[in-house]
Write a protein that binds this ligand. Sequence first.
Ligand code: PLP
Length: 408
Amino acid sequence: MALANENYLKTPEIYCFDEIEKRVNAYKLLHPKSKIIRLGVGDVTRPLPNEVQLAMQKAIAEMGVKETFRGYSPPQGYDFLIEKILKDYRSMGISLNKESVFISDGAKSDIGNIGHILGRDNIIAIAEPVYPVYENATIMSGRAGFLTDEQKWSNIVYLKCNQDNCFTPELPTEKVDVIYLCNPNNPTGTSLNKTQLKKWVDYAIKHESIIVYDAAYQAYVKDDDIPKSIYEIKGAKKVAIEIRSYSKTAGFTGLRCGFSIFPNELKVFTKIGEEVPLIKLWGRRNANYTNGVSFIVQRGAEAVYSPKGKSEVQSLIQYYLTNAGIIRQELLNAGLKVFGGVNSPYIWFQTPRNQSSWSFFQQLLYEFQIVGTPGIVFGNAGEGFMRFTGFSSREGTEIAMDRLRNKL
Ligand code: PLP
């Protein structure tokens, strides 16, 4: 009799975003002609940069010719892409070894897979509200313990984020081993500045913990006091993995490409206290579990670093940031409490009249034909909040704001 991994049964049967789809489809059935505007979705909508398209077309042509055909990618990724990534870090004053960069098919895979190389007994800290994958991956890997009456997992230390701390996580009072930090954060659009992040790095150094630093939205950072990389903070190479993605930067949500940095200095420990460089374990995992990312997609990612590619990516980001700014201003004008919308494509705001987030979701859909993401899907700490994103079209964003003006 084959047994199931029952840890998988502990996560919700439908991924939280599927419930939104169910409700939107139910509305559409009843109102087939209505023009719904989607401000909830965390997916980009603008087409790929031209430079990326050209690079991939060229790569496809190369794959069709005997002399330039490529088979499996090198396990860590092609040098042509890794060199560009290193140069980009160097431009921020951060020097990294070639061996520390691992190209992947996106940040989500890396976030999920990191659990494979970490001991089962680690105490995990997760900010709340946050991207749900950190918690779900912890549950599925059997590390979460049991669900308490407060609907919390007994072995996870939740880092409460709320209005009082401007939705930025505070240091835990107990010792934790692995800390997930998302900066700028999804869904709250808020960021730890350099001084705040330094406290986390210092904490990790002191407690020999590691930080899994999800920088999927670093390209949206405009303010100098917010770090684009955790390695801007002294000592971070000893304690942090940095995960990046081309998804929200260059429109790769469907293409799939990202990378993780495992500095040589980053160590974990065996039960008898021997040091193990984490990079070694990640290298072994990758060698056995993946054959990497396609040559064509890596050529596309490389094009993001060309002068034209950079400028196209900057225009995309500016487009989404402008949408986010329009939404932020309108919600502020309505007298609501608003977070994010600057240095981030996400706008996080308190529901009017203390409605629950699902009740406000229904109101937005049925009265205004706007889809948001109810805060509760990012954990209980998100109740009473809603997430909008700047990823819609400019026209859609403006129409949606017209619909809401003076009506909330
Ligand atoms: N990390 C965060 C915080 C995200 O919000 C997302 C996607 O929404 C991801 C990672 C996933 O990125 P990728 O498309 O590279 O898998």
